[in-house]
Each structure stands twice: as C-alpha cells, then as structure tokens.
Ligand binder design. Structure first.
Ligand SMILES: Nc1ncnc2c1ncn2[C@@H]1O[C@H](COP(=O)(O)OP(=O)(O)OP(=O)(O)O)[C@@H](O)[C@H]1O
Length: 297
C-alpha cells in the first residue's frame, strides 16, 4: 500500500533519512518512536510530499508516486495528515472543522454525528474553537481525521495534551479504525504504542535501527535490574549467552527463549543473588527505546 524506496534527506549536515526502505500494508498501525528532532515529522512530510527527499521515492499501491500533479492529487485523495492545533480556525466550530474534512475527502458528512458521539464531543462541538481547552482541540483534530476517513493516515503526536481517559478513548478508536486502513502514529507515549501498534519502528541517525513486532515471535528474556558493578561481576563470573543486553545502565536481559527448562532454571537461580525481582518476557517499547536512546538522553 505504501512503500519507501531508498529515501534520503538531510538538512545541512544532519542526515534525517538515510536510504530508508519500508513496506507498509492495509490493516496495520505502525508506531514511530524516536526522541525529539530525530525525523518523525520529516518522514511524514516526505510521505505526504510536503517535503521533497534528496533521493528515493514513495510509492502508493505499487505504482503511484509524486511524479506529477495528477498523481499527487490521486494520492492526496487517499492520504490525510493529522492537523496541527495551530491550524484550527478559532472562529469556526468543531462541527465546521469536521465537515470541512469530511467534504474534502469523503464527499459526505453523514458519518459526522456518529464520530461526535464516539468521541464524546456533543457538549462542546458546536462552540467556537477559541473556547476549547488543549485536550478538546486535540480530540477535535482526531475527529477531523475520522471525518476524512482516508485509507492512509499519518498521525503525528496524536496523543499530545490528552488526559488518561482520552488517551484510552483515542487508542480504542485507532484499533477500531485500522481494519481497512494503514495508520502511522508518531508518539512519545511508548507504553501506549504497545497497546495498539502492530509494529513499532525506531528511527536513529536516519535509519530504522529496530522494528518491534507484536506477533508473539519476539525473543523471550529473563529481565532484572542490576547495578553497573553487579553487571561487571556477573560478566566476570558467568559466561552470559550471546544476545544478552545491558540496557540504560540498569536492566540486564538474558535471552532464554531457545534454552531447555533446566538451563532457564539455572540462569534464574544464578541471578537470584543479584536481584530476587525478575521478569520473563519480550522487551517492550519502553525497553527498546532505552536500549537505543538512553545514552543520548
Ligand atoms: N526545514 C528544515 N530546515 C532545517 N532543518 C530541519 C527542517 N525541518 C526539520 N529539520 C531538522 O531535521 C531534524 C528532524 O526534525 P523532525 O521535526 O522531523 O523531528 P521529529 O522526530 O518529528 O521531532 P519531534 O519529536 O520534536 O516532533 C531536526 O534536527 C530538525 O531541526
């Protein structure tokens, strides 16, 4: 449905996308995780042709790219980007905004009332935007995307400024919507990404340094907190298995998925003297994030 092929872009000497390839399909929510200033917005801007890459192409449905105005129009009929709060019209109401997006992409506003109900916006949506709080504005931005109802959605900072209840509501809506769509979500709410994303891409120095899938095929680790000194003595004392990690100067992860039960038990009992609280499971988005970015924090 969407393909990045060898896409590169740099600003001065800062490489933001470095020969990136990616294939993304209908029915997927793809999370994008990276610290501020890494290139998430730039990647969306390239996908939407708001910014031209230095090299490479973005393909849609295997054939369309941004070769001319006709192709751009064709793609933009199927792709919407998350509006920024600063682009809302203060003197228009929430419904006006939703109708604008509905008309622009879907050619009908019939579905708008059901979105207002789904997002619990009935009590404010007819008021002018200038009277809205930050969270109300953000929910409106999401409602506009639902009104556009495009097959491809690029959602930058979708959860910004939302309280816990609204983060849960929008997460649920994303899961309900994804069946016939391809949705990209750039977010700093990492645990929240685990909830609804089918995979999370970690962008660093212009490359995807890791792709985390939530399909149950992930490596299983024995995980425990140890200090740097403890880690040094563990390394000196034991032959840690290949693929072990020491993340962000606190978390030791020992891959135990391929081991026999007795070997697993051996590692657990050996670790007991360092920390009795250990967990077994795959690494979550937060842990991978710390693995790749902890040093730059
Ligand atoms: N038009 C531009 N001119 C020069 N540099 C730019 C331009 N746009 C982006 N950059 C630089 O490219 C890098 C990536 O920026 P981008 O906004 O894509 O990051 P981001 O991951 O979306 O960050 P955030 O989480 O803060 O939104 C930054 O170093 C930024 O300063």
């Amino acid at each position: 449905m969407l393909k990045l092929s060898n896409v590169s872009i740099a600003y001065n000497d800062k490489v933001v996308m470095d020969s990136l390839d990616l294939t993304a399909n209908k029915g997927e929510i793809i999370g994008l995780a990276a610290p501020n200033g890494t290139g998430k917005t730039t990647m969306f801007n390239v996908m939407a042709n708001f910014v031209k890459p230095d090299s490479g192409h973005v393909f849609f449905d295997g054939k369309y790219t941004y070769r001319n105005e006709k192709e751009e129009l064709h793609i933009h009929r199927r792709l919407a980007t998350f509006p920024e709060q600063k682009d809302l019209f203060e003197e228009l109401s929430g419904v006006d905004h939703m109708k604008l997006y509905a008309n622009m992409w879907k050619g009908s506003t019939k579905h708008v009332p059901s979105i207002i109900e789904r997002l619990h916006m009935g009590h404010y949506v007819k008021r002018k935007v200038r009277t809205y709080s930050l969270g109300m504005r953000q929910r409106l931005c999401f409602a506009m995307m639902m009104a556009a109802d495009t097959p491809i959605m690029l959602m930058d900072e979708v959860m910004n400024g939302l309280d816990v209840e609204n983060v849960a509501l929008i997460s649920k809506c994303l899961m309900e919507m994804k069946q016939h769509k391809l949705i990209f979500v750039a977010s700093h709410l990492l645990e929240n990404l685990d909830l609804y994303a089918d995979r999370v891409l970690f962008l660093k120095d212009g490359k995807f340094v890791h792709e985390q899938k939530f399909t149950g095929e992930n490596e299983i680790f024995l995980k425990l907190d140890v200090t740097a000194e403890q880690f040094e003595s563990i390394k000196a004392e034991l032959d840690l298995p290949a693929g072990h990690m020491y993340i962000a100067n606190y978390l030791l992860c020992i891959p135990i998925g391929g081991m026999s039960k007795s070997e697993q038990t051996k590692w657990m009992s050996q670790m007991l003297k360092y920390n009795k609280e250990m967990t077994i499971g795959p690494l979550g988005t937060v842990e991978y994030y710390e693995k790749y970015y902890a040093k730059s924090v």
